[in-house]
Design a protein around this ligand. Structure first.
Ligand SMILES: C[S@@+](CC[C@H](N)C(=O)[O-])C[C@H]1O[C@@H](n2cnc3c(N)ncnc32)[C@H](O)[C@@H]1O
Length: 382
């Protein structure tokens, strides 16, 4: 283990978040507003324990600080150095595996991703709400709103253009570009880059219980001519009645950027043109699918309907061992479709040459169909 990189990685990440004054001050103010003297508090995903320490400042009697990662050992030092070890109980592990000796009055969690969901906040809070909280417990954040807007941004799209289809080293790189266009990207979207006013996709009420399986559609109208590079998303989190926190443009947070759901290709749009965008997420915010429809209304522009998903960002499970694994879901390859068609025609009535003619009609560009029919007939018929 390279200790230096572990230390710089962990402290760099958590130190960066603590140094983000907009983020950390907002949580501190919300905690001061919501936590009452004597409360039992859970800090879900405690990191260094900074929010647990804020809960002590607000008068909490006890804080259960749950953390799954190695940073918990730094939290232990920080809590001891701030003489809070008698009030903060560190619980190592995933919140899903934790049981506590008493129900909590307040749950706080800063497990927000750049686009709200994505670090599993909805599922983790829902699980804790059902198992670890008193009835009517208060939750920080109480809700999360997801917001998106179409953007024109050469800078945000630059990583995708690296995979130019031709011209570089005489190698066709487009197969890898297709993976990158199905990935989400962290970008900085500026107000001047928005092609339409931002729209709310959904508000998730964490206090009452929200569903992480999101399926939302929004419509936009281009406010100006431009080139659509994708949709940028960010969040607004209501931390308490008077404190909310957003990373929306103009971005003031340093620990969150925006998320770009890129187009497969940049698309020229004109002012007034309609655009619909459907966004789905599953697996507690870790897999995304986005479908974009641009209806061209002026000559020279093209309509576009794209369907993209982070599922396709991963490399194809092309290796034989991946295809033999228990969790692999096979679909028929082009070859498989031809063989399945041929086998379906073996009904005891058709001759080999009739089956060959049918298969040639169905797959006119495929060669050696006759050989295949005869090979399958000799191997798999009676
Ligand atoms: C974004 S950091 C925030 C850390 C700290 N609360 C702060 O505000 O500086 C989120 C932390 O939550 C932890 N985490 C996320 N989900 C968790 C879960 N379900 N159970 C335990 N820890 C979790 C991660 O390991 C990470 O350290």
């Amino acid at each position: 283990v390279d200790l230096t990189s572990v230390v710089t990685g962990v402290l760099g990440y958590h130190g960066g978040m603590i140094a983000d004054r907009v983020r950390t001050d907002a949580f501190r103010r919300a905690i001061a507003e919501v936590v009452r003297p004597g409360d039992v508090v859970i800090d879900l995903g405690a990191g260094t324990g900074i929010l647990a320490l804020f809960a002590c400042q607000a008068g909490a009697a006890r804080v259960y600080a749950i953390e799954a990662a190695q940073v918990i050992h730094y939290a232990r030092e920080l809590i001891a150095a701030n003489r809070a070890e008698d009030r903060i109980c560190l619980v190592e592990g995933s919140s899903y595996d934790v049981t506590l000796p008493e129900p909590a009055d307040v749950l706080l969690s800063e497990t927000l991703w750049h686009f709200g969901l994505g670090e599993g906040i909805v599922g983790a809070i829902d699980d804790a709400r059902r198992r670890l909280l008193a009835p009517d417990a208060r939750i920080i954040p109480r809700s999360i709103t997801l917001v998106a807007a179409p953007i024109e941004s050469d800078a945000a799209y630059a990583p995708l253009e690296r995979w130019a289809a031709a011209g570089k080293y005489d190698v066709d790189l487009s197969v890898l570009r297709a993976h990158e266009t199905n990935a989400t990207h962290q970008v900085d979207a500026h107000e001047s880059e928005l092609l339409a006013a931002p729209k709310t996709l959904v508000t998730l009420d964490l206090a009452r219980g929200a569903n992480a399986e999101l399926d939302a559609e929004v419509a936009f109208e281009a406010a100006r001519d431009g080139v659509l590079h994708g949709l940028a998303g960010w969040f607004r989190a209501q931390l308490s009645s008077s404190v909310d926190l957003t990373n929306g443009p103009p971005r003031r947070t340093t620990s969150w950027t925006h998320v770009l759901f890129p187009m497969e290709q940049p698309v020229r749009v004109r002012a007034g043109e309609a655009l619909t965008w459907r966004l789905q997420t599953t697996a507690n915010g870790t897999a995304w699918r986005w479908r974009t429809n641009v209806r061209a209304q002026s000559a020279g522009l093209r309509s576009v309907a794209s369907d993209q998903s982070t599922i396709w960002a991963a490399p194809s499970p092309g290796s034989a061992s991946a295809r033999r694994s228990a969790g692999f879901r096979p679909t028929l390859s082009a070859e498989g479709r031809i063989e399945a068609f041929i086998l379906r025609q073996f009904d005891g009535r058709r001759t080999v040459s009739e089956v060959e003619a049918m298969a040639k009609g169905e797959f006119p560009t495929s060669d050696r169909i006759g050989d295949r029919v005869r090979a399958l007939a000799s191997r798999l018929s009676e």
